[in-house]
Design a protein around this ligand. Structure first.
Ligand SMILES: [Ca+2]
Length: 387
């Protein structure tokens, strides 16, 4: 989500208005537009981008070749990609989002010693002990750090702060056992880190743009700004499989920050079939043995859609989007907290991390709990997503 389209990048061709075909989509679109317009109206920015932003959406940092992007990224919510532009809306089930709690987002000092109000979030992931890993972007400002035992103390100071070289634009992060991988945007480099200290072990070439990343037990999933995800070796990020993601039969694009979710199923024979996307089978099961009661599981990939308030739930087997979250409510709540100046400083929704503390995070009934935030957002939200 970091990219600010430069004319030649992600063409709008993938956003087919033909998706906007059902009454439900129409209602949702209108509701979303009205809500976002309401957000903008509160800022006094009306339908026009604020400040120096010459173009729409998260385009404040226009990407002009190799020119460093400014840190004054802002996004006008009224210009986010709307319901009529996101494939699958109207055809794929919309999942219910409930805000449970909000938290301040803490950021360590930057290498430049410049203070920032909030981090430019590019990667967000909980560790098993409840610590939160955060990866941030922008040239000269990219970092990775840990918010230790965040579940117990969300105000804890960041630790293990590692600054990236100024020529690197940090992107997705993900932990896989004792390793943390951090992608870079267009630099063709990925960083392997020691999970305990977050210090760099080595740097390896990376074959495409880096956007989001998440991990399953046996593979790492990355996005590159397109609608195709790549499954990679946890050892060296070599590509193993590509997964075109489709929503209601239409190819998607701008898949960004990711979250890999494994859901144990069949533990309780009386449990209702979970929200496994149609077509999901047991091929992903993490077998613990041959006993008939061994838990089985299915997998989901959740993806922020850049420049939009929407999040996809994706079946990693067939690439189909099986549910869509409309997180517009977060913008409305956020804007209610912020001064006009602060409103102009925030950027797009980005950052999704499965909450590690609650059984409802991976309930077989399909309910999930996530921590969601955005670039330069001072607030993160714990939300429940349900059918
Ligand atoms: Ca994540």
């Amino acid at each position: 989500m970091d990219r600010f389209p430069s004319g030649d990048a992600k063409p709008a061709r993938l956003f087919h208005s033909s998706r906007f075909t059902t009454a439900r989509a129409a209602i949702l679109s209108v509701a979303t537009a009205a809500l976002l317009t309401g957000c903008a109206a509160e800022t006094g920015s009306g339908g026009n981008p604020s400040g120096e932003t010459p173009t729409s959406g998260a385009s404040a940092d226009s990407n002009s070749g190799t020119a460093p992007r400014s840190t004054s990224a802002s996004v006008n919510p009224s210009e986010l990609v709307g319901a009529d532009k996101v494939p699958g809306l109207g055809d794929v089930p919309t999942l219910k989002l409930t805000i449970e709690q909000s938290y301040p987002v803490l950021a360590p000092p930057l290498p430049t010693e410049k203070n920032v109000a909030a981090p430019f979030v590019q990667g967000l992931e909980f560790e098993p002990d409840g610590s939160l890993l955060m990866g941030t972007g922008l040239y000269g400002e990219s970092q990775i750090y840990r918010l230790p035992q965040w579940l117990d103390n969300s105000a804890a100071e960041p630790t293990n702060v590692e600054d990236l070289q100024p020529e690197l634009f940090g992107e997705g992060i993900t932990r896989h056992r004792d390793t943390v991988w951090q992608l870079t945007w267009k630099e063709g480099r990925a960083i392997e880190r020691d999970a305990a200290t977050l210090k760099q072990r080595r740097e390896i070439p990376f074959d495409t743009e880096g956007w989001g990343a998440c991990s399953f037990d046996d593979t790492i999933v990355t996005s590159d700004g397109s609608g195709t995800l790549t499954f990679r070796s946890p050892d060296d990020l070599s590509a193993q499989r590509q997964l075109p993601v489709t929503a209601a039969g239409t190819e998607t694009t701008w898949l960004n920050e990711l979250e890999c979710v494994t859901v144990d199923t069949d533990v309780n024979p009386d449990a209702a079939p979970d929200a496994a996307p149609a077509g999901t089978d047991d091929s992903n099961s993490q077998s613990n043995g041959d006993e008939p009661t061994a838990p089985q599981s299915h997998r989901e990939i959740w993806a922020n859609v850049w420049q939009s308030p929407f999040i996809y739930r994706i079946n990693p087997e067939d690439g189909k989007v099986t549910g869509i979250v409309d997180a517009t409510e977060l913008f409305r709540d956020l804007y209610a907290q912020l001064s006009p100046t602060e409103q102009n400083s925030i950027d797009v929704l980005n950052g999704i991390a499965l909450m590690p503390d609650s059984s409802s995070s991976t309930s077989p009934n399909g309910t999930r709990q996530f921590l969601l935030t955005g670039k330069k957002w001072p607030t993160a939200y714990r939300v429940t997503v349900s059918e």
